[in-house]
Design a protein around this ligand. Structure first.
Ligand code: SME
Length: 160
């Protein structure tokens, strides 16, 4: 499959984003990704809303699982280890959290701000091994654009 033109997508996303509002920018970013990147069935953000807990943020697709502790799932692993998780076959991941039975491949990119985990971007595809190394680097670049345009503050509602 031919890859999307990620450098072009990065420039288009930069011109689409507001110059600070993270909520607007997160909504625009996942809508843009869903529109421009083929074969996705879900694209969205999870935010760290309590210590080591991810809450569902802006997304495109079916209603999804919420909340997700750092200890669980592909999103939890990305948050815990602060590294991108690329899964070719979600059925092969024991603690994968199945929000949509159609999902087969997943890409989760952590979003780090001031050395803290702000949240993650999660992409799902119904096609096994949908995400290549080129896709991973391209999506990571889109997230850098999102971070550069957004005032991201980690807002933990409780410390208990
Ligand atoms: N599959 C994810 C959960 C989030 S949904 O895919 C939207 C996981 O295992 O963390």
């Amino acid at each position: 499959m031919q890859h999307p033109d990620y450098p072009l997508l990065a420039r288009q996303l930069a011109s689409l984003l507001d110059d600070s509002d993270w909520l607007t920018n997160s909504a625009q970013t996942c809508a843009f990704i869903m529109q421009e990147i083929p074969d996705l069935n879900w694209a969205g953000f999870y935010l760290q809303c309590r210590p080591e807990v991810l809450c569902l943020g802006s997304f495109q697709g079916k209603p999804a699982c919420h909340p997700i502790p750092f200890s669980k799932g592909v999103c939890g692993k990305a948050a815990r280890e602060r590294t991108t998780q690329r899964v070719d076959d979600v059925f092969a991941v024991a603690d994968h959290i199945a929000c949509d039975a159609d999902s087969r491949a997943e890409l989760v990119v952590p979003i780090i701000v001031n050395a803290e985990l702000w949240g993650v971007l999660d992409l799902d595809s119904p096609i096994p091994a949908r995400f290549s190394d080129v896709d991973q680097k391209g999506i990571e670049r889109l997230i850098e654009v999102f971070i550069a345009h957004s005032k991201l503050v980690i807002n933990l509602t409780t410390t208990s």
